[in-house]
Design a protein around this ligand. Structure first.
Ligand SMILES: *Cc1c(COP(=O)(O)O)cnc(C)c1O
Length: 422
């Protein structure tokens, strides 16, 4: 069988194929389109982003401060425009989500409210090899409370010789450690292995044992189908520059479950944008939180870094999350198939094989008989393919359903097969 023909056939029948043309694709020095499989790190720019940003620049030029009320999209309400799209992506109601700050800042704000070391319940459970920023944030919160990582950080690792976390091990660890846990913080997708954790049973276990649970969706939002509300997570945080394509340093996002947003009993760090709208501009000395996740906002939002998010959410809405997921499963399945056909000797796919336990990313561990990952990465770039690599010897490739094609995957696999030759 001709695998390239297969790719063309898939592209010809792909209902989402035209979305690729709605993005700017990076090019090499001679103007050739690069094959971009790096949406797990920084998503591409949609062509509509320029209009959205230019609209705000124009309103600012034309209206100055009056843009807060009289702009095309009045800035007073600007963050609200993201809520329904985000709610759909994470499986929540619009009042449970808010676009604000950036991921690590939101994680700190959430821990202020949700990690309240109390008697014996003063430890945090995370996965071993968690994303460094999350670990730094958690350790600094522990130290802020006079606690230490050595005593109060519980890290669950894969079993010796394994790469992935077993759900049963996570569930058992949470049950065993519960009497001393104040918080469980786990990713949707583990950034290094691409494993999508089975969040429903994990969250249920934490809740059943009276432990607060937060989820980091940095690599999951816009990638997996999520049901944060029904799964009953207490909170979640994420960024929008990966699969949400909102641009470098874009505004981040946050979820607070409805059961916490009705009453005003949780302590929080407050700012004026978290005050309810009716009284915000009375400049009263008392803080009255806005209902829902909005009440955790601090500052008026950065309009220019939120505009690309609105452009992007429009594309997700038009493409439809379930159609995107369907294509994603096929696209990543095709990459997996080609890797196993063309280079079984030189790479091991460490990402789970089951589609429901991964998103679009595949993490490849280069075997000892092939080149090392950084050299492989250099060769990929020299041949027009953008992925990335992480210590130790792991190459990450993420075909995204919004702007990648089956032909992109074919190109990547053939370039990779060559790059791996010693
Ligand atoms: C990308 C990523 C971050 C980045 O944090 P910022 O505050 O947006 O710089 C943090 N945590 C995880 C798990 C990530 O994947």
């Amino acid at each position: 069988m001709n695998f390239e023909m297969l790719a063309r056939q898939h592209d010809a029948t792909d209902p989402l194929a035209s979305f690729a043309q709605e993005f700017h694709h990076p090019q090499d020095a001679s103007g050739q389109k690069l094959t971009y499989l790096c949406g797990h790190s920084l998503g591409l720019q949609a062509k509509s982003v320029a209009e959205y940003v230019e609209q705000e620049l124009a309103d600012w030029r034309r209206l100055g401060v009056l843009g807060h009320h009289s702009g095309t999209r009045p800035w007073i309400h600007y963050h609200e425009l993201a809520a329904s799209g985000l709610a759909e992506l994470v499986g929540a109601s619009a009042t449970e989500v808010v676009a604000m700050n950036s991921l690590t800042v939101n994680l700190h704000l959430m821990m202020v409210s949700f990690f309240r070391p109390n008697g014996a319940r003063n430890s945090v459970l995370i996965e071993k090899s968690a994303f460094p920023s999350d670990r730094y944030a958690i350790v600094s919160q522990l130290e802020f409370h006079g606690l230490s990582a050595a005593k109060h950080l519980v890290e669950v690792a894969p079993r010796p010789g394994e790469h992935l976390l077993r759900t049963s091990d996570l569930v058992e660890s949470i049950e065993r450690e519960a009497p001393r846990l104040g918080l469980v913080l786990l990713p949707g997708i583990q950034y290094l292995t691409g494993q999508f954790l089975e969040l429903a049973p994990i969250i249920a276990t934490a809740r059943r044992n009276g432990v607060t649970v937060g989820i980091d969706l940095a690599h999951s939002i816009g990638n997996n189908l999520l049901q944060l509300h029904d799964w009953n997570a207490d909170f979640a945080v994420w960024c929008h520059y990966k699969y949400l394509n909102a641009g470098p340093g874009a505004i981040g996002g946050c979820f607070v479950h409805q059961r916490h947003t009705g009453q005003n009993t949780l302590p929080r760090f407050s700012g004026w944008w978290g005050n309810e709208l009716e009284t915000r501009f009375r400049m009263a000395p008392e803080f009255n939180p806005a209902p829902g996740a909005d009440g955790w906002q601090l500052s008026n939002p950065p309009i220019l870094s939120t505009a690309p998010l609105l452009a992007s959410l429009g594309l997700f809405q038009r493409a439809g999350v379930s159609r995107l997921r369907e294509k994603s499963i096929a696209l990543t399945g095709y990459l997996e198939f080609l890797i196993q056909e063309l280079m079984p000797e030189s790479v091991e796919i460490i990402t789970p094989i089951e589609p429901e336990q991964r998103g679009c990313q595949l993490s490849l561990r280069l075997k000892r008989n092939s080149v090392d990952a950084s050299l492989c990465q250099q060769r990929l770039i020299a041949n027009g393919v953008i992925g990335d690599w992480r210590e130790p010897n792991i190459l990450r490739l993420a075909p995204t359903p919004l702007y990648n094609s089956f032909s992109d995957v074919w190109k990547t696999a053939t370039v990779l097969a060559q790059a791996l030759q010693a």
